[in-house]
Design a protein around this ligand. Structure first.
Ligand code: PMP
Length: 448
């Protein structure tokens, strides 16, 4: 019997024992094409020799040195690289062990910023419905994924939620993308006015929505307008790029494509590419300097902050992304994936929307395409697609829509940047069979 309870009730999962490029191998020798990078993590696949060698070298030299005593060449070099490649002004890097920790650090840094400036009455965050920022209590509070947060609500900090930017469902007929973005900016503005700007710390959003909606980019101009609203009210803009950052959308930071710069950005999954657990919060000089001029240090910390082996692994990952010219490859492969997805699924009677950017794509499934009606959540279409895809030897990341019925089942595709062209065909062929078999199962269940 397994004593691991990552999943309850326990399911008979295949046992992963090996990795070869974009494939994971199980104990029976079956190969799974990792079309979702796990959960948008494994951007270099599962056997990058350079990254593995860099981690081994760090382990041989020194696995860990506590940051109360030391910094390390790996942490310094990785922070330099991130500060140099981040949008202007984002110069100060704080390493943690994953995405939720990065968000927690961002929320606390933002709060401390205002306390240092003599504005302790600023205590609230505004975030978006149908969003995900992590599973620790602060991250869960800013997240708007009802399925994940409802049970814990009495323990969560008070966060106001506004609409996400979700053109497929919320852009009205006859409304231009610009007018839609403008409407959302006005909603944020009105929310800040209602709460009183003097009580608000910041606005938190995923630059491209990931786990809850499935690779939904914002409409053009949306983030620029939000930046203006935040500036007008003197509140911080925090972008969560835990899933969409580090090249996933074709630029190292997804916000580079939005023509604006946040005050704080978080990254994680593609930072270490799964070779080591690591995340980072990158803060602007404005925020950093205010804290330096105040109490002089950030009131935060974890034992594994700046872990040497994790930083060495992430440094090798980021160097590989640059040296192997992988951002261009993401854009090129992304265009190929998008056209194949459209070819195979655009006219599918149950695929309502195909959206994404770079190598970050989502398919949303609907029972009725014209009415955009989601499937009954009890049918668990997304879970069936995942299971049938695994049967085919394909990994895709499922999500069950939102409990408020505002989104349908979807799957997320986030394959490694090192993919070969023929594997794009393998993804859409296997996914097509998994989708059709899952829908046939649902019809069978309905007819029975
Ligand atoms: N933010 C976003 C946008 C995420 O997608 C996730 C993970 N899916 C997190 C935060 C939390 O990251 P982690 O699971 O590493 O704690």
């Amino acid at each position: 019997m397994s004593h691991v309870f990552h999943r309850m009730p326990r399911q008979a999962y295949p046992v992963a024992v090996g990795g070869e490029g974009a494939y994971v191998l199980d104990a029976d020798g079956k190969r799974y094409l990792d079309a979702s990078g796990g959960a948008a993590v494994s951007c270099l696949g599962h056997s990058h020799a350079g990254v593995i060698a860099a981690i081994k070298a760090q382990l041989d030299a020194l696995p860990f040195a506590h940051t109360s005593f030391f910094t390390t060449p790996a942490a310094e070099a990785l922070a330099d690289l991130l500060a140099e490649s981040a949008p202007p002004g984002l110069d100060h890097v704080y390493f943690v062990s994953g995405g939720s920790e990065a968000i927690e650090a961002a929320l606390k840094l933002a709060r401390q910023y205002f306390v240092e400036r003599g504005e302790p009455q600023r205590r609230r965050f505004i975030a978006r419905r149908q969003s995900y920022h992590g599973n620790t209590l602060g991250a869960l509070a800013v997240g708007g994924n009802l399925g994940r947060r409802t049970l814990f609500e009495p323990l969560l900090i008070d966060v106001e939620h506004v609409s996400p930017c979700y053109a497929y469902r919320d852009q009205q007929a006859g409304e231009t993308a610009q007018a839609y973005g403008e409407r959302l900016a006005r909603e944020l503005d009105a929310t800040i006015e209602r709460l009183g700007a003097e009580t608000v710390i910041g606005f938190v959003a995923e630059t491209v929505s990931g786990a809850t909606l499935g690779a939904v980019p914002a409409v053009p101009g949306y983030f620029q307008r939000l930046r203006e609203v935040c500036d007008r009210h003197g509140i911080l803009l925090i972008l969560d790029e835990v899933m969409c950052g580090m090249g996933r959308t074709g630029t190292l930071f997804a916000c580079e494509q939005e023509g604006m710069v946040p005050d704080i950005v978080t990254v994680a999954k593609g930072l270490g590419a799964g070779y080591q657990p690591i995340g980072a919060m990158i803060a602007s000089s404005k925020v950093y300097e205010a804290i330096l001029a105040g109490s002089g240090f950030f009131h935060h910390g974890h034992t594994y902050v700046g872990h040497a082996a994790a930083c060495a692994g992430a440094l090798a990952v980021q160097r590989a992304i640059a040296e192997e010219n992988l951002l261009a490859r993401v854009r090129e492969l992304g265009a190929g994936l998008a056209s194949r997805l459209r070819q195979v699924f655009q006219h599918h009677e149950h695929v309502g929307d195909i959206r994404g950017r770079g190598l970050f794509w989502g398919l949303e499934f609907v029972a009725d395409k014209a009415a955009k009606l989601p499937f009954d959540p009890a049918l668990r279409l997304h879970a069936r697609i995942k299971a049938n895809a695994m049967h085919e030897g394909l990994m895709c990341y499922p999500s069950g829509g939102t409990l408020d019925g505002r989104a349908g089942d979807h799957v997320l595709l986030a394959p490694p940047y090192i993919l070969e062209e023929p594997q794009l065909d393998e993804i859409v062929e296997k996914l097509g069979r998994a989708v059709d078999r899952s829908i046939a199962e649902i019809r069978g269940a309905a007819a029975a």
